[in-house]
Design a protein around this ligand. Structure first.
Ligand code: C2E
Ligand code: CA
Ligand code: CA
Length: 648
């Protein structure tokens, strides 16, 4: 541009001159001009490139700053979360603990900073636990598990802990981050589930499930180390009566107290459990290797339990209105069975069953006793149980029959008969009532069987009432204690009387002393009600029980049956004669008929009649026989004073 101005202002010559000057300049300084131009151009390019690059770095720096900011915010948010977090240096010194962490352990914000993680160790953390944790983190970069952390107040906080190592690429591990989740709520729920699954909620004793698990372990140990173990089975006697009379809260108290007393007697390795109801068990591991000694050890413990149960219990109760609290002094007893195990590998249920059977034997022998397992007794028991099962269908399948045993007066005239039950078992043949009546009592089958006897007796009496030669005969039926105790016993008998249309005065109920001694007032009331229906009562096996003669006077009795043990030696023993005399005197004074049963000889008969007995029953006169045989005997011998016995 400068060259152009020069040329337009000076004309052609000048132009020529100027052009020549430029040319001259160009020709002489061309190299320098080119060098300067290139240099200037390069400089311009460099400046532009520099500016562009700076601009990009600036942009990148701005972005980096923003990312760092976001990352910092995120870290802060995470750090202040609900999970307890701590950051430590490589020596375990806490650099920072978040709010969740400090408040979980009861500290103020910042109070943990600078402290060693050692101070967080809970009570059960054994030496070396933390060291093991650090070791694992160093090796694998991470550790996770449950730890107890120490609260500021000294208590423990169960935590789920994760420890992660923090690494720097240049200098390696720089510290740790630990996260802590309080799992005490979870633990409590777990504890509750455990408690429910393995413990009895009433007594807090282990339940059957836990006991069986312990039994399994003890069995395994016993088989391994040769030491025997024992099980003691305890069942409280008449617990139901306490429950019925005073209510379940009182019954529950007895169960809890029983649990406490048993627990106090246990050794360090013994265990007691409540199996349910009023049944407790004790397991004793590590007894002797000799069976005899081991049994003796178990029996000592059983005896201690037996004794402790017999100490009176004081139970809180209320009077009938429920207002006044009273203390019931209750004396209880237990039936106890003892069995050993660990000699052979066997199902655990067998072990428990043996102790149970021994306990059952103690019940059978009269309760409040200790019995140990005896294989022969078990076999007998198994037979009894099988028979008891069969008895349930005996009535339904028509296997029961009735026989009748005559009762005669001093002139040998039939006045009536006693109904005696017989069971024709399809396999075993004839089973004695001495064997099956107690079984029926136990199982309760006697109630239906007793109804059946009353029904049959009434039907027979109705049939006899149509026969002038038989219509005066009475029938006696045996009533068992369980049958009599039924609350609707009176109603059941009354229904049968109505249904059959029998003359009630011809039916006599034989009860034992055991029945009338139980609960005097209630028994007398029941007897009176039945007497009002027209029935009469006989007291059976008299003299074998404990009833006092004066007590008998308060009962509505028509008859006393002298037991055959006195009849047996009446002709030879003075003592029996004295007893018979006393009974006869009492009976006569009260207008009660005296029947002697089990009369087998003429000498007995004569002596009994001499002493004043009214009626006689026994093999001398008649064996128990079917109704048709009795009917035939009566019609043949009536009025003749014939001495031919009924031997069918
Ligand atoms: P129990 O009521 O004392 O019956 C008398 C038992 O003595 C009967 O035995 C009878 O057969 C037997 N006996 C009669 N005379 C003589 C004799 O001269 N010598 C001897 N040695 N024994 C004689 P059984 O029939 O075996 O009955 C036994 C027990 O079974 C009965 O004793 C009674 O307690 C019970 N029983 C029988 N039938 C029934 C029934 O239907 N219901 C109930 N609850 N118990 C019954
Ligand atoms: Ca009888
Ligand atoms: Ca009898």
């Amino acid at each position: 541009m400068l060259l152009c101005c020069l040329s337009s202002a000076s004309g052609a010559l000048v132009v020529q001159t100027e052009t020549s000057l430029w040319d001259l300049l160009w020709q002489t300084r061309r190299r320098e001009i080119e060098f300067v131009s290139v240099t200037v151009f390069a400089l311009v390019v460099a400046v532009v490139a520099y500016l562009w690059r700076s601009n990009r770095q600036l942009r990148e720096l701005t972005n980096l700053n923003r990312d760092a900011q976001i990352s910092l915010e995120l870290t802060a948010a995470v750090f202040e979360s609900q999970v307890g977090l701590i950051v430590t240096d490589e020596n375990g010194t806490i650099q920072r603990a978040n709010l969740a962490m400090v408040s979980m352990l009861g500290y103020a914000d910042g109070a943990l900073n600078g402290q060693l993680t050692r101070m967080l160790r809970g009570s059960n953390m054994i030496a070396g636990t933390l060291r093991a944790v650090w070791k694992e983190v160093q090796a694998g970069g991470r550790w996770k598990g449950e730890l107890l952390c120490r609260h500021r107040d000294g208590g423990d906080v169960p935590c789920m802990v994760t420890v992660t190592a923090v690494h720097n690429q240049a200098i390696g591990m720089t510290g740790f981050v630990g996260s802590f989740i309080d799992i005490s709520g979870q633990q409590q729920a777990q504890d509750e589930i455990w408690q429910l699954a393995y413990f009895d909620p009433l007594t807090q004793l282990p339940n059957r499930r836990m006991f069986m698990e312990a039994l399994r372990n003890t069995m395994r140990d016993a088989l391994r180390n040769g030491k025997l173990a024992g099980v003691i089975f305890i069942d409280l006697d008449h617990f139901k009566n306490l429950n019925d009379a005073h209510g379940h809260t009182v019954g529950d108290q007895l169960l809890c107290r029983t649990a406490e007393r048993i627990k106090q007697l246990l050794g360090a390795h013994d265990m007691t459990a409540r199996l349910g109801g009023d049944e407790f068990v004790v397991m004793m591991p590590n007894l002797d290797t000799s069976e005899d000694l081991a049994l003796a050890q178990a029996m000592v413990k059983a005896e201690q339990i037996h004794q402790t149960l017999r100490q009176p219990f004081e139970l809180d109760t209320h009077n009938s209105i429920g207002l006044q609290a009273l203390t019931l002094r209750y004396t209880c007893s237990g039936s106890i069975g003892v069995a050993l195990f660990g000699l052979v590998d066997e199902p655990l249920t067998e072990v428990l069953k043996r102790a149970d059977l021994a306990m059952y034997k103690s019940k059978q022998d009269g309760r409040n006793l200790i019995r140990c397992y005896d294989p022969a007794a078990q076999q007998a028991l198994a037979q009894r149980m099988a028979l008891s099962n069969d008895l349930n269908i005996a009535l339904r399948d028509g296997q029961l029959k009735l026989l009748y045993q005559l009762q005669v007066d001093a002139q040998n005239q039939a006045v009536g008969a006693e109904c005696l039950m017989r069971w024709h078992h399809p396999v075993r043949g004839l089973v004695s009532p001495v064997e099956f009546i107690p079984l029926a009592e136990e199982s309760g089958a006697i109630v239906a069987m007793g109804d059946w006897v009353v029904q049959n007796a009434c039907e027979l009496l109705v049939r006899w009432s149509k026969n002038p030669g038989l219509c005066h005969l009475t029938l006696s039926v045996n009533v068992s204690p369980r049958q009599f105790a039924e609350t609707d016993f009176v109603e059941r008998v009354s229904q049968i009387l109505k249904r059959t249309g029998v003359q009630p005065y011809l039916l006599r109920l034989e009860v034992t002393e055991g029945i009338v001694m139980q609960d005097t007032q209630e028994v007398i009331a029941k007897m009176r009600e039945l007497c009002e229906l027209g029935l009469s009562f006989s007291i059976d096996d008299f003299g074998t029980g404990y009833s006092s003669l004066s007590y008998i006077q308060s009962l509505p009795l028509a008859e006393i049956k002298i037991d055959k043990t006195f009849v047996n030696d009446i002709a030879t023993a003075d003592r029996s004669e004295a007893i018979v005399k006393a009974i006869v005197a009492l009976g006569h004074s009260m207008g009660i008929t005296i029947v002697a049963e089990g009369v087998e000889t003429l000498a007995q008969k004569d002596r009994l009649l001499f002493l004043g007995c009214t009626l006689l029953q026994g093999y001398l006169i008649s064996l128990p026989a079917p109704a048709t045989a009795v009917e035939a005997w009566v019609s043949e011998n009536q009025g003749e004073g014939v001495q031919q016995p009924l031997l069918v």
